[in-house]
Design a protein around this ligand. Structure first.
Ligand SMILES: [Zn+2]
Ligand SMILES: [Zn+2]
Length: 321
């Protein structure tokens, strides 16, 4: 994520800021990618702290307008959980916008979000024909950690959920193209194999013994759809880590120059090489605070090949190039 300039004074603004350091209200314009000091603010600004501008007074911003179902606010913590979920959604949508996805210049369908609070039963997350369903309860650190342990996942965040589920929607968008499916199946396998059966097999039997040689995560081994979604989420993680690293002025011998933009880097292997090197460094920095690794994954040659495939399609797909 980039770091932004203050439109009314000195200093910088971070993507989630609602005001400058001296308290002037500001809003983010996702089209211009800059902060503005004036309304119209998103209609969700007071309620859930959305800091994007709206097309007109009283309207929702581009991101909130994609939320067709908001949580039942009678469920405890639904509003603060929803606020954090929308913040993760704005972040990921802005990332994807760097490749023109879901911006006005993208002629294709936008995702429709169902952001649901959980009662006694869990809300299954997923994607079906353009509709992305997310459980806002997953921002709760206790719940997320409990599920992470139960599913033996090294990493589980709302940003990760957004990237994974939107990746399924991006696959659906790409599958409408004539040239995508054959290329996809050559790398990820045939996604027409029984999906519910494959997932059930995975949950009963676990991943194949050698999954680390072929997949980024054990869940990716369950089905080609999940392999795509996990791989695409990881491409977004790695690209954004590199972008944030460069945006804050940090340097590393791998970075070609200070104006390097990971989102316009055409060479996937180069992007993956640089990002992976940065994660090794930032993992080490995190350990100096006793924190867990920012990126607790190892990239096999197979995984790098699949990441490059996803990169090739995501960076050109929205404009049909
Ligand atoms: Zn909004
Ligand atoms: Zn999935």
């Amino acid at each position: 994520m980039r770091v932004f300039s203050n439109p009314v004074g000195a200093g910088t603004l971070w993507f989630d800021n609602l005001a400058t350091a001296d308290g002037t209200p500001v809003a983010y314009d996702p089209q211009a990618r800059e902060f503005l000091p004036m309304p119209p603010f998103c209609a969700n600004r007071e309620r859930i702290g959305c800091n994007w501008i709206a097309p007109k007074e009283g309207a929702f911003c581009r991101s909130c307008a994609m939320t067709a179902l908001a949580p039942d606010t009678s469920i405890p913590d639904a509003i603060p959980n929803w606020a954090q979920t929308e913040a993760a959604k704005r972040w990921v949508l802005d990332n994807l916008g760097r490749w023109h996805w879901f911006r006005p210049e993208d002629p294709g369908a936008r995702p429709v979000f169902h952001l649901l609070a959980e009662g006694p039963t869990p809300v299954p997350m997923g994607h079906a024909e353009g509709v992305v369903t997310i459980s806002v309860a997953e921002v709760d650190p206790v719940l997320a950690t409990t599920r992470r342990e139960a599913l033996e996942e090294p990493y589980r965040t709302m940003t990760g959920h957004m990237r994974h589920e939107i990746a399924h929607m991006l696959w659906w968008r790409l599958s409408l193209r004539a040239d995508f499916l054959d290329a996809f199946r050559a790398v990820f396998g045939d996604e027409r194999i029984d999906y519910p059966g494959a997932l059930q097999y995975h949950y009963v039997n676990g991943p194949p013994a050698n999954w680390k040689q072929h997949y980024l995560t054990s869940y990716a081994s369950a089905h080609p759809h999940e392999d795509w979604a996990e791989t695409a989420a990881h491409l977004l993680h790695l690209t954004d880590i590199a972008d944030s690293f460069v945006a804050t002025g940090l340097s590393s011998p791998q970075i070609p120059h200070t104006a390097w933009d990971p989102y316009t880097e055409p060479d996937a292997q180069r992007l993956i090489y640089i990002s992976a090197a940065l994660t090794v460094g930032v993992n080490h920095v995190n350990r100096s605070m006793g924190l867990s690794d920012i990126y607790p994954f190892v990239l096999s040659d197979h995984a790098r090949h699949k990441l490059a495939f996803v990169h090739n399609w995501l960076r050109r797909g929205a404009q049909g190039l």
